[in-house]
Design a protein around this ligand. Structure first.
Ligand code: NAI
Length: 325
C-alpha cells in the first residue's frame, strides 16, 4: 500500500535534500511505494513545483504521486508520515517571544490539521526550530492523536557526536553503541558518553575528561554554527539525512544491543517533567519509541541534563504565556 509522506518547507534547502531520498525508498524501505505531499507558503509554491519536476525526472519506481499545496488540511490529509521542516527563522532584531509566536502560528494550525485529517497511524517528526517546542505546540493542537506520535529531531546531534567520537578513537562509527543526546535540540543538548560502548568498553573511560568536556561537547554543540561559517549556509544534507535516519529507525526498529536519540514526550523518566518533548536514549520496536530505563546518571551528566531541560521548561512557559499551547 502506498504511504503518504508530507513534507513542510518542501522548497527549502532541507526539503531539497530530503525529498529525493524519500522518493528513492530510503525513508520507508525499498518495498514501500510512497506519495509525496509538499506543503509550502504561497510565495514558495512555484519553487516547490520546480522540485516536483525534478522528482518526476528521476522516474523513481516507488514514487506514486506528488501533491503541492499551501493548505495544511490538504497536505496532511491521509498522511502517515509528517516531516515538519518549514519554520520561521530568527531574523536580526527579533525577540524570542516574536519567534515563538511566529512558530506558534505555523505549528498550531499544522497540529490541528494533523489531528483532523492525518491517517490513524501518523508519525510526526519536527525538524524546524525551535524543534522541541514546535513539536510541543503541534502536539497540543492534536488531542486525538496519541502523544507519542509527536517527536522532534536530535538525530543530527547524535550523528555528529558519533562521528566526532569515531574520529577521536579511530574506529568506524559502527563500533559505537548506546550514545545518547539528552535535552533540547540547541547548544545546551548533552552528548553523553558515560553509557556509550566502543569495543565493549565505556567510551568516557577511553578519552580524557578534558577532551570530553572542553572539545567534544562544545564541538557537537557548536557544529551547526561551524557549518554555517564554512559553507555560508546552514546544515541541509546532514539534517535531511538525520530525518531519514529518525523515521527509518522509528518504523524499522533499533538493532539489538543498541539505542539511538530522539526527542519524545517525557513520561517523567530521569526527572524530566512529564509532557516535555526532550531527547532521551530510545529504542524502537513495532513502530513505538521506548525510553531506555534504569541508567545511572552521574553528577556531571545530571548537571548538564538539568540545564538543557531547564531551557525546555523556559520555552514551554513562554509559549504557555503566549497562549500557544
Ligand atoms: P529554508 O529557509 O531553506 O527552508 C524553509 C522552508 O520552509 C522555506 O521554503 C519556507 O518557505 C518554508 N515555510 C515557512 N513557513 C512555512 C509554513 N507555514 N508552511 C510550510 N512551509 C513553510 O530552511 P532549511 O535550511 O530547510 O531549514 C528548515 C528548518 O530546519 C529551520 O528551522 C532550521 O533551523 C531547522 N533545522 C533543524 C535541525 C535539527 O537538527 N533539528 C538541523 C538543521 C536545520
Amino acid at each position: 500500500m502506498t504511504v503518504k509522506v508530507t513534507v513542510t518547507g518542501a522548497a527549502g534547502q532541507i526539503g531539497y535534500a530530503l525529498l529525493f531520498r524519500i522518493a528513492s525508498g530510503q525513508l520507508l524501505g525499498a518495498e514501500t511505494p510512497v506519495s509525496l505531499s509538499l506543503l509550502e507558503i504561497t510565495p514558495a509554491l512555484k519553487a516547490a513545483e520546480g522540485t516536483a519536476m525534478e522528482l518526476d525526472d528521476c522516474a523513481f519506481p516507488l514514487l506514486q504521486g506528488i501533491e503541492i499545496t499551501d493548505d495544511p488540511n490538504v497536505a496532511f490529509d491521509g498522511a502517515s508520515v509528517a516531516l515538519l521542516v518549514g519554520a520561521r527563522p530568527r531574523t536580526a532584531g527579533m525577540e524570542r517571544g516574536d519567534l515563538l509566536s511566529a512558530n506558534g502560528g505555523i505549528f498550531g494550525p499544522q497540529g490541528r490539521a494533523i489531528n483532523d485529517h492525518a491517517a490513524d497511524d501518523v508519525r510526526v517528526l519536527v525538524v524546524g526550530n525551535p524543534a522541541n517546542t514546535n513539536a510541543l505546540i503541534a502536539r497540543s493542537h492534536a488531542p486525538d492523536v496519541p502523544a507519542d506520535r509527536f517527536t522532534a529531531m536530535t538525530r543530527l546531534d547524535h550523528n555528529r557526536a558519533l562521528s566526532q567520537l569515531a574520529a577521536k578513537l579511530q574506529v568506524p562509527v559502527t563500533e559505537i553503541k548506546k550514545l545518547t543526546i539528552w535535552g533540547n535540540h540547541s547548544p545546551t543538548m548533552y552528548p553523553d558518553l558515560y553509557h556509550t560502548e566502543v569495543g565493549g568498553k565505556i567510551a568516557a573511560e577511553q578519552v580524557d575528561g578534558e577532551w570530553l568536556r572542553d572539545t567534544f561537547i562544545p564541538t557537537v554543540a557548536k557544529r551547526g554554527a561551524a557549518i554555517i561559517e564554512a559553507r555560508g549556509a546552514s546544515s541541509a544534507a546532514s539534517a535531511a539525512n538525520a530525518a531519514i535516519d529518525h523515521v527509518h529507525t522509528w518504523v524499522h526498529g533499533t538493532p539489538p544491543g543498541d539505542w539511538t536519540s530522539a526527542a519524545v514526550v517525557s513520561d517523567g523518566s530521569y526527572g524530566v517533567p512529564e509532557g516535555l518533548i526532550s531527547s532521551f536514549p530510545v529504542t524502537s520496536t513495532g513502530g513505538h519509541w521506548e525510553i531506555v530505563q534504569g541508567l545511572a546518571i552521574d553528577a556531571f551528566s545530571r548537571e548538564r541534563i538539568d540545564l538543557s531541560v531547564r531551557e525546555l521548561l523556559d520555552e514551554r512557559d513562554a509559549v504557555q504565556a503566549l497562549g500557544l499551547i
